[in-house]
Design a protein around this ligand. Structure first.
Ligand code: NAP
Length: 286
């Protein structure tokens, strides 16, 4: 890797940030594309000072924003793209001529993962399991950018589920149903085509758990797990065994990073190199 006075800097900020796969993904992409960019990670506590620093440094081109700063950065940006404004969080900042623009690539990245897998959401009944930040971002993208037949959000904390459903419905003019995870899951799974798992259930260090009993899964289901540690969760292994189409969390991670890469560099992301780097960083063998 060449690093010199022309090198552009990109970085992820968060707290903690040491576990992030983003440096591995983006540096592999810059190398594969032959670009004089470098990507690192910064643990940040003082968000205003961090963004003032970025604005002052002309070669500081791009920033990924992760937990807990996705909302806090918004009041320090010059422009925010309409979808990020509706979602209420920013995961990507692009710096040009002293101006900082915020976008969200989580939802569009998830949709691009479906597209890459050859799965259309148009006319499908989409069920979200979980009601956190990731579900919120992807639910907005599904409501705004697809012709899904229906959207349902299930979660364990009724007020959070209702808040997401009402907010997405109000801002996108698409009906969104809300139900309780404990009592509504069986009917919701039976009445859905696309299952999007957006809770940490099944994540390392408890990889044996799944929110959906295996016997409820049918070959017509498309099962997407946002969790990517492990690469194949219990939910995904069960879905595979039941003959469902599967989509791994790493594909959302890759595609949201690919959209960031394209915003910062203006060239198509080298997805294969990014996937190989991500699998390597996860200890999986491509
Ligand atoms: P979050 O904002 O903390 O939300 C987590 C959601 O899961 C909440 O609705 C929470 O319910 C629910 N939940 C947690 N434990 C549960 C349990 N035992 N039973 C039922 N529900 C439970 O987190 P997030 O940022 O949305 O992330 C969610 C998952 O997606 C994480 O595993 C994260 O690693 C993954 N993710 C992946 C990508 C990707 O690119 N692949 C991107 C973002 C996130 P309560 O509201 O009741 O607490």
């Amino acid at each position: 890797m060449r690093i010199d006075a022309h090198t552009r800097l990109c970085a992820v900020i968060g707290n903690p940030v040491e576990h992030s796969l983003s440096p591995a993904l983006h540096n592999a992409a810059f190398q594969a594309a032959g670009l004089n960019y470098v990507y690192t990670a910064f643990r940040v506590e003082d968000v205003p000072a961090c963004l003032a620093g970025m604005r002052a440094m002309h070669g500081f081109r791009g920033m990924s924003v992760t937990i807990p700063h996705k909302i806090a950065v918004m009041s320090h940006l010059d422009d925010i793209d309409p979808m990020a404004r509706r979602v209420g969080s920013v995961n990507t900042i692009t710096h040009a001529n002293g101006r900082l623009t915020g976008t969200t690539t989580d939802g569009p990245g998830a949709l691009r993962a479906f597209e890459e897998a050859g799965v259309s959401l148009d006319g499908k009944r989409v069920l979200f399991i979980g009601a956190g930040g990731a579900v919120r971002a992807v639910a907005f993208a599904v409501a705004e950018l697809t012709r899904a037949e229906s959207i349902t959000v299930l979660g364990r904390t009724p007020e959070r589920v209702r808040a997401i459903a009402e907010d997405v419905a109000t801002k996108t003019a698409r009906p969104v149903a809300a139900a309780d995870l404990a009592t509504g899951l069986a009917d919701a799974v039976a009445g859905s085509d696309i299952l999007i798992q957006g809770t940490p259930i099944g994540m390392h260090p408890k990889p044996g758990e799944s929110p959906v009993p295996r016997e409820w899964l049918q070959p017509r289901h498309v099962c997407f797990d946002m969790v990517y540690r492990p690469n194949k969760t219990r939910f995904i292994l069960d879905a595979e065994a039941a003959g469902c189409t599967i989509l791994l969390g790493i594909e959302m991670l890759l595609n949201q990073a690919a959209l960031q890469f394209e915003q910062w560099t203006g060239v198509p992301a080298p997805l294969a190199a990014m996937r190989a780097a991500a699998l390597d960083a996860l200890g999986e063998h491509p």
